[in-house]
Write a protein that binds this ligand. Sequence first.
Ligand SMILES: [Mg+2]
Length: 208
Amino acid sequence: MIQAIIYDLDHTLFDPGSIDKQIFESAFEWLESAGMFSSEEMTMIRKDFFSISLNAFIDKHLTDTTREAFVTKLKNLPLLPKLATYRDGHVVTGINVTNYLVTSGLTEFQNQKIDALGIRDWFAEIFIDDPLRLTWQDKEEIMKCIIETYGYQPSELLIVGDNPHSEIKAGNNLGIQTIQILREGIIKSNLADQCIQTLAALPKIIDK
Ligand SMILES: [Mg+2]
């Protein structure tokens, strides 16, 4: 029987594309002013920032020096306005299981999003896999920690996320049932045990 669900945040509970991109402009402008990127590269940088993970973004575009300054800019962005989850977000609190959030990204920014969404109290614990901190190696290590800390069997857990190379892979490695949610733009993967279109499909899966 499923006791707990481990959710991913971006593209699972929240559409990061719904954030006003203007908020990041000061950080991009700084990169632009550093003078190391052509206008084509800057276009790619602006596009990639919103479509790939922060880790992948840093590896692809930044050097050690630009990384540090860019991340400092990101940590000092203006406060986010109130945000909303996907419309089916309410399902999370309607299921009688314990919820955990395991998300990747800059700690400060992920926390800002969680608070702007007002979802912090949906979860028994929130874990942030921050590529710039050494707290966690990856999501798999976090999930192992959840299993050990709370004494779950892998069969008592369910992972809900969009990324086959992140939470889905981690869940598969640990023998946890994985559900890929196919938000707009997400490509269906055969690595997940099941794919769903909406969180509203979860209660049925859990009752099985
Ligand atoms: Mg995601």
